[in-house]
Design a protein around this ligand. Structure first.
Ligand SMILES: Nc1ncnc2c1ncn2[C@@H]1O[C@H](COP(=O)(O)OP(=O)(O)OP(=O)(O)O)[C@@H](O)[C@H]1O
Ligand SMILES: [Mg+2]
Length: 270
């Protein structure tokens, strides 16, 4: 059982999960982090904490530094100043990359003419970026489990070029899941897929969060889904990140301020 699983309570009205265990292990912690590209700061004095079992949605306008924040969290970028901790360890010394699943914003922009099967793409999750390899049998079992979790078990032998956009997103989710991570970092995983497939993808993430105990940190422009599914909302704006532990507390005015435009009605987005 992972830390934080014990006292998770779901809200029967909304189906959302609220992290009730103040002693849950910290999965990600940022302390006074600043990051610049070529001398131009895009994040300044950012501190936040994500705990085991959390489902955090990061929202904010284009260019607010959401992707940058995620890349800092998974160690792909180094902070200028401040400290980033993964599972309690300084990210610069962190080596347990099997605990981390990451799907970049570019993940689904694949060359669909590339003749790779679903199985091959998912299996490549063992090689991508971090981590070590398993022997063949273990790898096959892990791929099977990942495609099963991602709801694409029947597609293993299909070519990725033959799949729909929504199915392809799930392949990349499976790739991120293949090393049985304890936390998933997803950067706009549902961009470009239809509303029904988006809903299904979010349901899948909720299942992974609730039943597999996987912590989820997702960047999304889908405000409705963020409020509907996530237990916490992080607003990225003006080089800062504001975390709201309870999405019910976030007002329409606040969202409008963060995004720079107004969403018609909170009723509608829910
Ligand atoms: N490699 C880079 N070199 C220089 N500047 C960059 C680089 N990557 C991003 N930026 C700049 O940093 C800022 C934050 O970019 P980032 O991609 O993190 O934003 P974002 O919130 O993910 O936006 P979007 O919603 O469009 O994906 C932007 O102003 C962007 O132009
Ligand atoms: Mg981005």
């Amino acid at each position: 059982m992972i830390a934080g699983e014990v006292n998770l309570k779901s809200n029967v009205n909304t189906g959302k999960i609220y992290q009730k265990n103040p002693f849950a292990a910290e999965v990600v912690k940022l302390i006074d982090v600043t990051f610049s590209y070529n001398g131009t700061p895009v994040l300044e004095g950012v501190s936040l904490s994500v705990k085991a079992g959390d489902f955090l949605a990061l929202i904010g306008p284009n260019g607010a530094a959401k992707s940058t924040l995620l890349k800092l969290m998974v160690g792909l970028l180094k902070p200028g100043t401040g400290e980033i901790r993964l599972f309690g360890q300084d990210v610069r010394r962190f080596r347990e990359w099997g605990k981390i699943g990451y799907m970049s914003q570019q993940a689904a922009h694949v060359n669909t003419a590339f003749p790779a099967t679903v199985e091959e793409v998912v299996s490549s999750g063992f090689y991508s970026g971090f981590g070590r390899l398993f022997d063949g049998k273990k790898r096959r079992e892990a791929v099977e489990r990942a495609v099963d979790l991602a709801g694409i078990a029947g597609l293993s032998h299909r070519l990725i070029g033959e799949l729909s956009g929504g199915q392809r997103q799930k392949v990349f989710l499976a790739k991120a899941l293949v090393k049985k991570p304890q936390v998933l970092f997803l950067d706009e995983p549902t961009t470009g897929i239809d509303a029904a497939s988006q809903q299904e993808f979010y349901r899948l993430l909720m299942d992974l969060n609730r039943h597999e105990g996987i912590t989820v940190i997702i960047v999304t422009h889908d405000i409705g889904a963020a409020f509907d599914k996530a237990g916490k909302i992080g607003c990225v704006r003006d080089k800062k990140v504001y975390i709201h532990d309870n999405t019910d507390e976030v007002t329409e005015e606040h969202i409008a301020e963060v995004l720079g435009y107004r969403i018609p009605s909170r009723q509608k987005i829910l």
